[in-house]
Write a protein that binds this ligand. Structure first.
Ligand SMILES: Nc1ncnc2c1ncn2[C@@H]1O[C@H](COP(=O)(O)OP(=O)(O)OP(=O)(O)O)[C@@H](O)[C@H]1O
Ligand SMILES: [Mg+2]
Length: 282
C-alpha cells in the first residue's frame, strides 16, 4: 500500500492486500416496484428524436397490452409529459412517488412534473442530476412494469453514465439521423455503451426522408444516409428508419403522440418483447 493511500480503490491501479472490492453502484428499486425490462434511448446528439422515439415505442408497447413506463432522465430538457398531454403534479404517498399515468396507461415520471412551473430552468450540476435520476428509479412506485423506457439527455455525460452504472439496462437503442456529423457523434454513444458493456439493440434512424404529399416522391432532406454503414461498422443492425412527418410533430405538440400510428417500429417492439429480462439473467 502506498504511503499516500486514500482508500479510493476504484481510482487506484495498485495491487495491494488492502485493496477493497469495487463499489456496488447499483440503485435498488422500491419495495412496491417491479420492472421486468429496461430499455434506454440514447444518442450523442441533441434534437435527433430520442424523446419522440421513446414516446412512440412506449405507446406501441402499451398498445400491445404491456404495462409500460417512461423514466424521463432528461432532467434539464424534459419533453415527455407534454408529448402525452400530461399536466399537474404526481402524488406522493408514504411509500414513494406515484407516477402520472397517460391516457394510454403509461406510467411516467419526469422532472417537469415536479417543478413549480414547467418552464422553470433546472440549473444543477451533474452529480446532483445523476442523484435525481437514481431517486426516480428507487423512490417512484413502478408497479408491475413489463417494459420501462428511459429517455436520455443528449451526450455522454453524468446522467447516461449513472443510468448505465446504476440501473439494470437490458438494451440500448441509439437514435441517429442521416447527417454525417450526427453519425460521428452517434459513434461516441456507441463507444460509451460498449465501454460500459451495455447491450445495444441497434440503431434507429430518424428524419430519414420526406414523402412529398403532392407527388408521393421521397426526398432525402438531410442527404444520403450513412446509418446502415455506421451500424455495420460496429456490428449492429439498423432497426428502423422513420420519415420526417409534420403530422408526427403536430401530434407531439398537441400531446397526442399515442394516437400516431407507427407501423415502422413493429420489428423493434418485437425485439424488445423477445429480450431476456435482467431479472432472469444469471
Ligand atoms: N420524424 C419526425 N418528423 C417530424 N418531426 C420530428 C420527427 N422527429 C422529431 N421531430 C421533432 O423534432 C423535435 C426534436 O425531437 P425530440 O425532442 O424527440 O429530440 P431529442 O433527441 O429528444 O432532443 P433533445 O436532445 O433536446 O432531448 C421535436 O419538436 C419533434 O417533434
Ligand atoms: Mg429529448
Amino acid at each position: 500500500m502506498s504511503e499516500q493511500c486514500d482508500h479510493k480503490c476504484s481510482s487506484c491501479g495498485e495491487q495491494c492486500a488492502e485493496r477493497q472490492s469495487e463499489q456496488d453502484l447499483s440503485a435498488p428499486l422500491g419495495k412496491l416496484s417491479t420492472v421486468k425490462k429496461v430499455i434506454a434511448i440514447v444518442s450523442g446528439k441533441g434534437g435527433v428524436g430520442k424523446s419522440l422515439l421513446t414516446g412512440l415505442l412506449a405507446s406501441g408497447m402499451a398498445k400491445r397490452g404491456k404495462q409500460t413506463a417512461i423514466l424521463d432522465a432528461d432532467l434539464t430538457g424534459p419533453s415527455i409529459p407534454k408529448m402525452f398531454g400530461l399536466h399537474g403534479k404526481p402524488t406522493v404517498i408514504e411509500q414513494g412517488l406515484v407516477p402520472m399515468r397517460s391516457k394510454e396507461g403509461i406510467d411516467i415520471v419526469s422532472m417537469n412534473m415536479l417543478l413549480p412551473d414547467a418552464s422553470e430552468a433546472v440549473l444543477w450540476r451533474g452529480p446532483i442530476l445523476a442523484g435525481v435520476v437514481k431517486q426516480f428509479w428507487s423512490e417512484a412506485i413502478w408497479k408491475d412494469i413489463d417494459v420501462m423506457f428511459i429517455d436520455m439527455p443528449p451526450g455522454t455525460g453524468d446522467i447516461p453514465l449513472t443510468v448505465f452504472q446504476s440501473l439494470p439496462v437490458d438494451g440500448i437503442i441509439v437514435v441517429t439521423s442521416p447527417q454525417d456529423l450526427v453519425a460521428m457523434i452517434v459513434e461516441k454513444a456507441i463507444r460509451m455503451a460498449n465501454l460500459m458493456k451495455m447491450p445495444i439493440l441497434g440503431l434507429i434512424e430518424n428524419l430519414s426522408y420526406f414523402v412529398c404529399p403532392d407527388n408521393g416522391k421521397s426526398y432525402q432532406i438531410f442527404g444520403e444516409s450513412r446509418s446502415k454503414a455506421v451500424a455495420e461498422e460496429h456490428g449492429l443492425s439498423l432497426l428502423a428508419a422513420l420519415p420526417i412527418d409534420p403530422n408526427l410533430a403536430a401530434a407531439c405538440d398537441r400531446g397526442a403522440i399515442g394516437e400516431y400510428p407507427c407501423d415502422a417500429l413493429g420489428d423493434v417492439l418485437d425485439r424488445i418483447e423477445k429480450l431476456t429480462p435482467h431479472a432472469k439473467k444469471a
